[in-house]
Ligand binder design. Structure first.
Ligand code: 0O2
Length: 204
């Protein structure tokens, strides 16, 4: 019987732990919402535009195991790869991303294992976001992506374009143009931050 399940690929990559993972994900979202309230009270501004949370799909987790050369097992999905749980927090301003990062890093309910600042060090294609790998108190790993609205817009459109895969002979030009758009949006983020800082300093 087990062999049939394996042969049809119907086995659960998370070894039946999906409900517990969903509970851990929900707790992490609640933690972030709590930080959002604290920060809103502290500054008078809501730092978050929206929050998305997901358990990585069976198919996507299997594909990642294959890509990373790992066996398609619950051990890989739960303990070798760290983005089974994923949260994307879209913030209003650049300073909100870093303030939220600081609050999250000092929250006692999680342990930060790794951080990648793709904002200060954008990927060569222009991708920007602040990534944190955290371990929840329930023992599950999660990837938290913090980004501004502009960064989120670019990532969504870029993902959409890649999905269509119609770059053809214009590949080089399209990659260049995408990078140019990412850099222009990054420059707008800095300008919007400057405007916000000017407004805040006038209020003092
Ligand atoms: P999903 O559906 O968003 O989860 P790898 O996962 O191997 O690509 P690594 O080193 O594990 O890479 O993680 P990395 O590159 O720090 O972050 C991976 C996630 O960041 C991706 O998840 C995307 O969500 C996002 N990301 C990273 N680079 C890009 C990019 O160039 N464009 C866009 N649109 N998103 C990016 P998944 O698993 O691809 O998808």
């Amino acid at each position: 019987m087990e062999e049939i399940v394996e042969a049809t690929g119907a086995a659960d990559i998370y070894g039946g732990e999906r409900p517990q993972m969903e509970a851990a994900l929900d707790e992490l979202v609640q933690t972030i919402k709590g930080l959002r309230s604290t920060m809103t009270v502290e500054t008078g501004f809501d730092p978050i535009e929206h929050i998305l949370a997901r358990v990585k799909s069976e198919e996507s987790m299997r594909e990642k195991c294959r890509r990373k050369g790992l066996p398609e097992t619950s051990e890989s999905a739960l303990h070798e790869l760290y983005d089974g749980l994923g949260i994307r927090v879209v913030c209003s301003f650049l300073s909100d991303v870093y303030a939220l990062r600081d609050h999250l890093a000092s929250d006692p309910s999680i342990q930060v294992l790794e951080e990648r600042d793709y904002i200060r060090h954008a990927k060569p294609n222009g991708y920007r976001s602040y990534h944190m790998i955290v371990r929840t108190h329930r023992g599950y790993y999660a990837e938290v992506q913090l980004r501004t609205i502009s960064m989120d817009t670019w990532a969504a459109l870029e993902h959409h374009l890649h999905y269509k895969k119609r770059f053809g002979g214009n590949q080089k030009l399209i990659v260049q143009e995408l990078k140019r758009c990412a850099d222009e949006l990054a420059s707008t983020d800095v300008s919007m931050q400057t405007i916000r800082d000017m407004i805040l300093s006038e209020e003092d």
